[in-house]
Design a protein around this ligand. Sequence first.
Ligand SMILES: NC(=O)N[C@@H](CC(=O)O)C(=O)O
Ligand SMILES: [Zn+2]
Ligand SMILES: [Zn+2]
Length: 339
Amino acid sequence: MPQQLSIHSPLDMHLHLRDGEMLKNIAKASAHTFSGAIIMPNLVPPVTNKEEVIAYKSRIMEAIGEESFEPYMTLFFKPSYDRAFLESVRDEITALKLYPAGITTNSEGGVSGFDVEELRPTLTAMSDLGIPLCIHGETNGFVMDREAEFVSIYEKLATAFPELKIIMEHITTKESVEALEKHPNLYATITLHHLLITLDDVAGGMLQPHLFCKPIAKRPHDRKALLEVALKAHPKVMFGSDSAPHPKEAKEACGCAAGVFTAPIALQVLAELFEKHDALDRLPDFISGNAMRIYGVTPPSKEVVLEKSPFVVPNDYNGVVPMYAGEEIAYSIKEVNVG
Ligand SMILES: NC(=O)N[C@@H](CC(=O)O)C(=O)O
Ligand SMILES: [Zn+2]
Ligand SMILES: [Zn+2]
């Protein structure tokens, strides 16, 4: 019998489920194998009020059908949100997501400055209400330096709002890993693809549009720093796939959309990666335990049984090309037990 491995209540703390047809086409790729996920609000237009959060959540619930899966909703951060507004929406959301204006897919309405005094009313209210702040941390500098340049902004905010939980989303650099150690209220999500690839895999040979994402994959020493904290399930890091589906035509295009679609293969490939590094005992914390503790969430109970038998990744899922399309991965999903 092939070797088996059970994963309990996996969580994806950074996920794009989109809307409309795309939502219907891809939601189950996450909802089948994950117990819950932090749902990104960068729809067009972004999710910015209580009615929209509630309506978006119900469209997600419809799209996942019978699957047992908790969508942890977020709002698109605006510096205009006041305490009364945040109090009114508190029970519907798990976090707010801040995007610097124009830095990534559908972020045009994001924040254009990081002046602490301008942000103080909103961030103080969030801090008091215990609402975590997730940030896509990139400046508009040179593409390889954007995240490292943003670290001083992370640190400024972490110092000014010491009780605010700040999650550095999809970190890709050694500098971000180092910042984790300096501020008790800084946390991070790490994607699967940034643990596996560097810029070489994206653009070192023929251009690989399906590996193009924001932040762009960085250097080998950055990947090494990420791997070190992920493989030991450092208590301040969580898995967040940043699975970000775009239609095949939008990726295989002149002007390729940023985002890697990993939802259908994330668990299997994480298992393969942790096994390769003899770290399977740390996988439960990386993929579930740390997130439960950091966010204080209790997801629906689910057991995903993986089997070590090769699986050829489909070329597309309803018109979206996944990472490793057409390639063989070591693990396949044997069964999912709910409850
Ligand atoms: N990561 C990406 O490259 N793209 C994401 C947005 C984001 O998370 O920055 C998307 O929504 O497509
Ligand atoms: Zn982002
Ligand atoms: Zn994202």
